[in-house]
Design a binder for this molecule. Structure first.
Ligand SMILES: [Zn+2]
Length: 346
């Protein structure tokens, strides 16, 4: 007996086929219908259902590019189970090149949402009922907030042990343990029993190849570990992720011009000066030193700062030397990955 069709947004995708489905969201003020487009790959053989989402924050475009490449991956031809890929959850924000919905609400603080709430609440509700409720597991792709960048990392909470294993499988250079924010997709999905891996990489409105490749390879590794795609063509992870059990934002000690001496992804020792904030006359310079051994997991890219602005996000680590070796190992692995030589999914 053939596998039943996959139903989403009022459409049906037959087993052994793939299709882009438009899930109705709302009508714009000028009567233009708005939809959330999802690409469904419904394998002939049974298996888990995984969703991959990006663009919950409309200006975070790296995840959108990751999904664009993922959908070209040859392994999907023989997918077991079902992949639901939603490259742009927040169409409104994407079109406006903005993180937010038109009413300035943040979609990732609006979950679980409701049918009759604000536009953000309605969109959150649609995504939860149409996508998350149909999946066993999700991977949600993000980048840093405006004028900041993140080194590629998976964020997990201490309360989700399965997510830790999956994070190790994904193999981003860094895993940062962080509390789940109330109202986030991760929060609402966990309440429904669906683990969600949160991938954070790069800047909003910018591409960077390392972030895109790390995200793509990570998703393929998770698909392979769930036996959803064949092993061939997916690079094995050779270097373990650096685990940061906590992290801290270092803030600008005064307003002025911020210069970073250490890039994101740099391992640093307690006391190292990571950057300075100076006044425009160069009379006073305030150094910013690392309060503990860590990795710069994110930082500000905007040189104009006010006192108290977050400038370095430091993840706590045990060994600076080991972290340095591991992070070098990761970037070499991604650079040398034969998958990217073939130009097949670039
Ligand atoms: Zn985001």
């Amino acid at each position: 007996m053939p596998r039943p069709a996959f139903e989403i947004g009022g459409d049906r995708v037959a087993a052994g086929s793939r299709a882009t489905v438009a899930v109705p969201v709302s009508i714009l003020s000028d009567h233009t219908p708005v939809t959330m487009s999802a690409h469904v790959v419904h394998g002939r053989a049974p298996g888990p259902t995984l969703f991959v989402s990006a663009g919950i924050h409309g200006d975070e475009v790296i995840g959108i590019e990751v999904i664009r490449r993922l959908l070209k991956a040859p392994g999907l031809k023989r997918l077991r189970g079902t992949l639901i890929a939603v490259p742009i959850v927040n169409t409104f924000g994407f079109i406006n090149r903005s993180r937010y919905l038109p009413d300035r609400r943040d979609l990732n603080r609006s979950f679980p949402g409701s049918e009759g709430g604000s536009l953000a609440a309605r969109l959150a509700h649609i995504f939860l009922t149409e996508v998350v409720a149909r999946a066993d597991l999700g991977i949600d792709l993000h980048s840093a907030a405006i004028h900041r960048t993140n080194y590629p990392q998976i964020r997990i909470s201490a309360e989700a042990p399965r997510a830790r294993d999956l994070a190790e499988t994904f193999g981003a250079p860094i895993i940062v343990q962080s509390q789940i924010r109330g109202g986030s997709l991760r929060d609402a999905a966990q309440a429904m029993g669906t683990d969600v891996l949160l991938y954070e990489a790069g800047e909003g409105l910018r591409f960077d190849e390392y972030s895109v490749r790390t995200g793509l390879v990570g998703i393929l590794r998770v698909l392979r570990s769930l036996d959803m795609i064949p092993t061939r063509g997916v690079a094995r992870r050779r270097t373990a992720s650096q685990f940061c059990r906590s992290s801290k934002w270092l803030r600008a000690p005064s307003g002025g011009l911020f210069r970073a001496f250490r890039p994101d992804g740099a391992p640093v020792a307690e006391g190292d000066v990571l950057g300075t904030v100076a006044d425009p006359f160069g009379e006073v310079e305030h150094p910013i030193a690392a309060p503990f051994d860590g990795i710069v997991v994110g930082r500000a890219v905007m040189p104009v700062v006010n006192e108290g602005d977050s400038v370095f996000h430091l993840g706590r680590i045990d060994s600076v030397r080991r972290a340095g070796e591991a992070l070098d190992g990761h970037s070499t692995e991604i650079a040398d990955d034969p998958m990217f030589d073939e130009d097949e999914i670039i």
